[in-house]
Design a binder for this molecule. Structure first.
Ligand code: DX5
Ligand code: ZN
Length: 217
């Protein structure tokens, strides 16, 4: 278990973006998580590759980019150019998922497949050996600040079983509604990476929250 923390910039104060980037640079956080939304796959619109490019300019940690968009294959090259290190695509948004996974790898990025709360883990059985991350959505994607869906604990178990059964090296990432309490349970139950927005950025001492999450205190 890796215990990686990836703050989600969706909850940052965008008027003070550079300040928040510097905070993450100086903190114990491991990655930047960037949520891209298209108003079709999810009902919200957030950032694009231009935003990603400017964060990359100042960030000193890997860029974990979560595409909540339909037909993400259209944008692989663009996000590589913008500085993405990891690209997550949604199972529900891809018709030719296998092809898209290989295309992301050909561009030299790590690849994750995200699943919505309603999507069962067994659907990943024919691709889990090909991917670097399984991204379990613990809220319905589209907005930060939502309530954690408890069914995620069962999905975590199912994902661990599938990884073991298929001898996969995929890491498990959980995204949405994470606070200090469920963070420690999720790490204890085998999550490798936690994406955290509101709990970090709504606190007056975000570095301390990151420290506490990483150290289970
Ligand atoms: C939801 C996004 C999440 C979100 C997390 O669609 O994928 O990354 O920003 O924010 P919190 O931690 O507030 O749920
Ligand atoms: Zn996300």
């Amino acid at each position: 278990m890796k215990k990686i923390i990836a703050p989600s910039l969706l909850s940052a104060d965008l008027a003070f973006l550079y300040r928040d980037i510097e905070m993450i640079n100086e903190s114990e956080a491991d990655w930047y998580h960037i949520d891209i939304m298209d108003s079709s796959f999810v009902s919200n619109i957030s950032f694009g590759s231009l935003f990603t490019k400017y964060v990359k300019k100042y960030a000193n940690k890997p860029m974990d980019v979560h595409l909540m968009i339909l037909h993400p294959e259209r944008y692989i090259k663009e996000f590589k150019a913008a500085g993405a290190d990891h690209l997550h695509i949604h199972y529900e948004a891809c018709i030719h998922l296998n092809k898209t996974i290989f295309s992301i790898k050909e561009y030299g990025m790590k690849v994750g497949v995200a699943i919505n709360p309603h999507t069962p883990v067994y659907l990943l059985q024919d691709l889990i050996q090909e991917i670097d991350f399984v991204l379990l959505m613990s809220v319905n994607p589209g907005f930060s600040g939502q309530k954690f869906i408890k069914q995620t604990y069962q999905k975590l178990e199912d994902t661990k079983d599938l990884i073991l059964k298929k001898d996969s090296s995929a890491l498990i990432e959980v995204d949405g509604g994470i606070n200090l309490e469920n963070a420690s349970l999720l790490f204890k139950n085998g999550a490798d990476i936690l994406v955290v927005g509101t709990t970090i950025f709504s606190n007056y001492n975000p570095k301390k929250i990151i420290h506490r999450m990483k150290n289970n205190i």
